[in-house]
Design a binder for this molecule. Structure first.
Ligand SMILES: NC(=O)c1ccc[n+]([C@@H]2O[C@H](COP(=O)([O-])OP(=O)(O)OC[C@H]3O[C@@H](n4cnc5c(N)ncnc54)[C@H](OP(=O)(O)O)[C@@H]3O)[C@@H](O)[C@H]2O)c1
Length: 249
């Protein structure tokens, strides 16, 4: 059964990884989808690969003017939105001694300010009953050396889901979080670490997962589909972990 027939969705950070897999699944389930990213060409290539039910719009989630322009394009193209997946994010591991202003600003800018802008700027387009899903992370549940700033941004995302749920439930809008554990996506290659260091770190992480492996983006997408659809109609402000048991078992 197609669970998003006739629905429209925005997915920020849909060029690769979890956002891209979610766009594929949403389209398979009958939705029309807009994806975003920072680079015109990457966004266009991804949208083309997703097919006629996808459009790609370049917009940096951390820039208010980009997000205003995005909302205008979405209004023209879709008229209204049923689903918003605020998923764009960056992760930059760094020991505390090396944390500086640019490092803090980049991650808070994309992971926190970006989520707020995504919800705020698209809210006038959202029609009841709407579902907003934010991408958190299991790093908000645990302490991870070298991930202090990133983990704090994801704890902020988890908190935003509670506050925004309280604020928007009266408008027929549900807000929930999906919190992935380690998922095999290009994010690890964007951390500014040498390949060998990433491989070694990935091995250490996988050893901490009770299911003893990284997850696939498609496994997170299925949880997002659940939160986006009416199947989760009585869930509000919830945090759904998709982590092979890492934060729970
Ligand atoms: N992979 C994991 O292990 C894991 C675990 C927990 C949580 N997460 C979270 O899952 C989300 C998706 O990450 P992923 O693993 O799928 O990584 P990914 O493949 O690197 O995807 C990140 C997406 O965000 C986009 N993006 C980054 N900065 C942006 C900005 N300023 N404005 C607009 N788009 C931007 C990227 O687009 P371009 O680079 O093309 O611009 C890309 O589409 C993130 O929020 C991440 O923190 C990932």
């Amino acid at each position: 059964m197609r669970r998003l027939e006739g629905k429209t969705a925005l997915i920020t950070g849909g060029t690769t990884g979890i956002g891209r897999a979610t766009a594929e699944l949403f389209i398979e389930h009958g939705a029309r989808v807009a994806i975003t990213g920072q680079d015109e060409q990457r966004v266009a290539d991804a949208a083309r690969a997703l097919g006629p039910n996808a459009i790609g719009i370049r917009a940096d989630v951390s820039v208010a003017a980009d997000m205003d322009a995005l909302a205008r394009r979405l209004k023209t193209h879709f008229g209204a939105l049923d689903i918003v997946f605020a998923n764009a994010g960056v992760a930059k591991p760094r020991p505390l001694g090396d944390v500086d202003e640019a490092h803090i600003d980049e991650q808070i800018g994309v992971n926190v300010k970006g989520v707020l802008y995504t919800v705020q700027k698209t809210l006038p387009l959202v029609r009841k009953p709407a579902s907003i899903i934010l991408t958190g992370s299991t790093v908000a549940e645990q302490g991870s050396a070298g991930l202090s700033v990133y983990s704090a941004t994801k704890a902020a995302v988890r908190s935003l889901a509670r506050s925004l749920s309280a604020e928007l439930v009266g408008q027929g809008v549900r807000v929930n979080v999906v919190s992935p554990g380690p998922i095999e996506t290009p994010i690890f290659g964007k951390m500014g670490l040498p390949d060998a260091a990433v491989q070694a770190w990935a091995g250490e992480i996988a050893a901490k997962v009770p299911m003893a492996r990284f997850g696939q983006p498609s496994e997170v997408a299925k949880a997002v589909l659940f939160l986006a659809s009416d199947d989760s109609s009585y869930m509000l402000g919830e945090n759904l972990l998709v982590d092979g048991g890492m934060a729970t078992v």
